[in-house]
Design a protein around this ligand. Structure first.
Ligand SMILES: NC(=O)c1ccc[n+]([C@@H]2O[C@H](COP(=O)([O-])OP(=O)(O)OC[C@H]3O[C@@H](n4cnc5c(N)ncnc54)[C@H](OP(=O)(O)O)[C@@H]3O)[C@@H](O)[C@H]2O)c1
Length: 292
């Protein structure tokens, strides 16, 4: 089989990086990998090149750069972000990338959206739903991968967790579904290995589901000391984190993700990482925290 040329957007980031890792370690197929970044001179771009990825400089705000990046590609992995320029720009960047894929006759596009994109009234979910709808109408062959909350998000509060406190605006008895970003890469690689099987499918993706107490207990096990679960009030959190993230936690508390992990494993043939396994792999060997 001829090598497929795959363009991975967000290749210097979490999801694109996981897709690169999974495609590089894929035993069943060989790919010629291209990774998109806005800055080919960055350390992250150099690290990509070291991993055998051809670095492509392009910006989703610049259509001409996208046309050049997509030219000659068979498959594209697309991830969009609202973090830098907001949800409206996220949609515009995503649809611009889709237009470039259509113009270049890309054979197959996998888009990473977010679980609940079609039912959560949150701007950074609706922005991804709009990209999905644009893709559906584009004539491209597509698969949507919709991940839940990343296990890696806990890194943002690593110091507090290591000092013994896990504080989040999750209500008592509410479980939050989580996924290891590495598993997003594994699922995307599964799709690229068999586009005929996966074209037209939407896959909501999770590996585990725990209450705040469950997350705290997993950290306590791995770190070897108590970690207290502190339920923050969503409106207190709103003052620090802003409306968009506070509204997301309110949605987690009221409705939330809805992924049946055993059914997902059966459907995709992947054993998803449990939270305990993630914590064991990434947190257990950390040095003891500096004194509180
Ligand atoms: N965190 C969660 O729990 C979670 C769950 C589900 C979905 N999501 C979604 O995941 C997305 C973020 O994914 P991530 O965490 O993998 O991202 P990330 O690690 O923050 O990296 C962002 C990537 O996007 C690239 N990028 C940003 N703006 C660009 C532009 N204008 N043109 C081209 N490339 C651009 C960056 O490349 P350079 O900087 O190298 O140019 C970088 O590789 C968000 O939309 C978020 O809503 C997150």
């Amino acid at each position: 089989m001829a090598q497929k040329k795959v363009l991975v957007t967000g290749a210097t980031g979490q999801q694109g990086g996981a897709v690169v890792d999974a495609l590089r370690s894929d035993a069943t197929a060989e790919y010629e990998l291209y990774g998109m970044t806005r800055d080919a001179d960055s350390d992250a771009a150099a690290a990509l090149a070291k991993r055998g990825v051809q670095v492509v400089e392009a910006n989703m705000n610049d259509r001409a750069s996208l046309d050049a990046a997509v030219e000659g590609m068979d498959y594209v992995f697309l991830v969009t972000t609202f973090f830098e320029e907001g949800p409206e720009m996220e949609t515009r960047q995503g649809t611009r990338m889709v237009d470039a894929c259509v113009a270049a006759d890309v054979e197959y596009l996998v888009y990473s959206s977010v679980a609940g994109a079609d039912r959560a009234p949150l701007a950074h979910f609706e922005s991804k739903r709009a990209v999905e709808e644009y893709i559906t109408a584009s004539g491209l062959e597509w698969t949507f991968v919709r991940p839940v909350f990343f296990m890696q998000n806990f890194e943002w509060q690593a110091d507090d967790i290591e000092r013994g406190t896990l504080a989040m605006p999750l209500a008592e008895d509410v479980s939050l579904a989580v996924v290891d970003v590495a598993d997003i890469g594994r699922l995307v690689a599964t799709a690229f290995d068999d586009p005929i099987r996966w074209a037209g499918e939407t896959v909501e993706l999770a590996g585990d589901e725990l209450t705040l107490e469950g997350f705290a207990a997993a950290f306590a096990d791995a770190l070897g000391h108590d970690v207290a679960a502190v339920h923050l009030d969503v409106d207190d959190y709103r003052a620090d984190a802003g409306d968009e993230l506070a509204d997301m936690y309110q949605w987690f508390n009221d409705q939330g993700y809805d992924v049946d992990v055993p059914a997902l494993s059966a459907r995709t043939g992947i054993d998803y990482t449990t939270f305990a396994a993630y914590v064991d792999a990434h947190w257990a060997s950390r040095p003891a925290p500096a004194s509180a």
